[in-house]
Design a protein around this ligand. Structure first.
Ligand code: NAP
Length: 279
């Protein structure tokens, strides 16, 4: 195990490497379409990226077998990001501090390297400097942790977390040295990291603390939730003149960072975005 070891796939790109996304369920994931298009564009069509549905009681064994099964690495989604963190031999600061791994890379020496690209993926998707800005993160689950960490690292002057279950917001705030927001405030950036709006758009301004009539007071509104027809949060924000960032832009940001780790090459982000939007 070594911080110095290269990704095995960077050392030997001609091999037919396997990649995939580990989750339960994972049928909805757009990562296979997005990553397969990117691999073809990079001339790595002999690599494959597949859905890997793995139930919780099988994840530890699956992670232990990754290297021997010919994997260059894997993305990790709900509910396995904590198990992935525990299975990795080497962790980036982001993975260690957030407490979750979404990108595993098999190193030349067989060790598993764990990173969290959800955090820089959010910043890539926002695409403008955030130093000195204020941020309100809605939610206290896995993605909220990555968002709060990223926004603090990006130099926001204040990052505050609101959550339906207040104790979880307090735990996140203590872990990551950010504030708890008891109520809405007009932050420069607001990020919806809850599942609200995914199934019932009418729930948006009822379940979240954001007043519909004041959403225009935010400069930027990010919704991690993605729906093909768009979300109500972003539709209202756009009409109010906010800059909006949708969940697919964040998906592309994290996926591009993962691909760059596995290939050592610049990710074709436009190709990935087009493929992700086609589904
Ligand atoms: P998670 O760990 O299960 O957390 C879910 C969060 O949503 C919790 O804060 C929960 O609050 C809150 N929530 C759920 N239902 C709610 C309701 N009716 N009212 C208020 N709050 C509610 O999930 P996650 O991994 O953080 O993911 C959250 C969302 O982000 C999901 O929709 C997921 O699809 C999306 N996501 C998108 C990307 C992307 O790349 N675009 C990446 C990751 C996640 P409590 O603590 O009170 O239960």
């Amino acid at each position: 195990m070594s911080d110095e070891a290269r990704p095995a796939s960077v050392a030997d790109p001609d091999r037919a490497w396997r990649l995939g996304v580990l989750g339960w369920p994972v049928a909805h994931s757009r990562s296979p379409a997005m990553q397969s298009a990117a691999l073809a564009d990079l001339g790595l069509g002999h690599w494959t990226y597949q859905r890997l549905p793995v139930p919780p009681d099988e994840i530890d064994g699956t992670l232990a077998a990754l290297a021997d099964a010919g994997f260059a690495g894997a993305n990790v989604t709900i509910p396995h990001k904590g198990a992935a963190r525990r299975a990795c031999d080497v962790l980036t600061d982001a993975a260690r501090e957030i407490g979750a791994v979404n990108t595993i890379t098999v190193l030349e020496d067989g060790a598993l390297h764990g990173d969290n690209t959800d955090a820089p993926g959010l910043l890539d998707a926002i695409g403008v400097p955030l130093d000195g800005r204020t941020a309100l993160v809605l939610g206290a689950g896995g993605s909220a942790r990555a968002c709060a960490w990223a926004l603090r690292r990006a130099g926001c002057s204040r990052v505050a977390v609101w959550n339906r279950t207040a104790a979880r917001a307090r735990g996140l705030a203590d872990d990551l040295d950010v504030d708890v927001a008891d109520a809405w405030f007009a932050a420069d950036v607001v990020v919806n990291s809850t599942a609200v709006g995914l199934h019932d758009p009418a729930e948006t301004f009822v379940a979240l603390p954001v007043p519909e009539g004041r959403i225009g007071e935010h400069g930027t509104v990010v919704d991690l939730v993605y729906r093909p027809e768009g979300t109500r949060l972003l539709a209202v924000a756009e009409r109010a003149g906010c800059v909006t960032v949708d969940g697919l832009a964040v998906l592309v940001g994290q996926g591009a960072r993962s691909l760059e780790r596995w290939t050592g090459r610049t990710a074709p982000r436009t190709v990935m975005a087009d493929a992700a939007r086609r589904g």
